[in-house]
Write a protein that binds this ligand. Sequence first.
Ligand code: NAD
Ligand code: PRE
Length: 359
Amino acid sequence: MLRRAVVIGAGLIGTSIALALREHEIEVALADRDPATLRLASELGAGTALDPDTAGPPADIAVIAAPPAVVAHLLYDAQERGLAHVYTDAASVKASLVDQASQLGCDLTTYVPAHPMGGSEKHGPSAARADLFLGRPWAVCPTGKAKPEAVALVMELARMCGADPMRIDAHTHDQAVALVSHAPHVAAAAVAARLVDGDSETLALCGQGVRDVTRVAGGDPTLWTEILRHNPLPVAEVLEAVAADLAGVAQGLRAGADPPHPDVRDLLERGRSGCARLPGKHGAHRTPDYTVVPVVIPDEPGALGRLFAAAGEAECNIEDVQIDHSPGRPVGVAQLSVMPATADVLARELSKRGWSVHA
Ligand SMILES: NC(=O)c1ccc[n+]([C@@H]2O[C@H](COP(=O)([O-])OP(=O)(O)OC[C@H]3O[C@@H](n4cnc5c(N)ncnc54)[C@H](O)[C@@H]3O)[C@@H](O)[C@H]2O)c1
Ligand SMILES: O=C(O)C(=O)C[C@]1(C(=O)O)C=C[C@@H](O)C=C1
């Protein structure tokens, strides 16, 4: 049974885990080296600050959600202090952390390394959300020494966060995430880095495609350098294959043949096949939970405030908002994300009040 948890590292992932646990009324104590982060996470309802002097009896589980470089040290400290009966972490790499924990003399019987496959390009508690892991895989990578009840508790933690726990060994995990997370991140950064040279007129032309391909490149370079440092060879192998594919297409295009060299179409065909292999289930829960209601707004002070006030009068809660600007035009489009049952009411009520709704 999971009743009390400690979360060490109250950033995006730690606070999201804590918020998900709070929804199950689990008591959560939070720790972070940054007092402002800790205060914000507490104010968001993720839990109360762990009192270093009166930690009380051990919690059922301690989750270390700090950057990979400090995970093993934090684990060692937490075990020394007897903070919990079971320990897990959330780091994006596993094998090197297990080695480090073992070298430091951590107790591997109560430590179950893990990695939730939900996240974002943002960081810190302000970007945290209780549903961050909904429908996502959660890799659980016990060593041979882990107690079965410790493994079972980490599986339960993942389920409580709405994720699907997936048992996998640490090395296999690192190979897998090189392909499905780490190399894609570097590839996105490589595409996004080209934009640094684009002038503002060029960038004004960007549509959704480039935003989709580059979203994750907005991630924290310090965190990602650490992740890559802990998984160098598997990532390098995937990147070399990507680079070879890109070089093949560039050469095919330079040859100037009409139709282009078959390598060009071949990569596009393989890319499409790769896309089709992505499991639809994982991650598919989050966005469709909301219906997007697009509303045209004038690009002037107070317009967004008036729109929100109108939604409030209609008693419709806006879950999220994104604003698309039309470059050089005095209007934009506010994409209001609402619960599906609310969308029709919101569209009707906003239209009645004179807003141009494009549902
Ligand atoms: N960002 C993602 O999408 C994502 C997804 C899954 C897993 N992860 C992993 O989760 C972990 C946390 O990432 P994040 O995105 O939440 O980063 P974050 O920067 O939002 O949060 C990390 C937090 O750890 C704290 N911290 C750092 N050193 C500490 C220490 N010595 N003691 C206590 N607190 C300390 C920081 O102050 C910060 O608040 C990383 O290991 C990362 O690999 C990230
Ligand atoms: O940005 C997102 O949507 C993510 O889920 C981020 C993502 C990923 O590549 O899938 C990034 C790193 C993590 O270790 C886990 C998740």
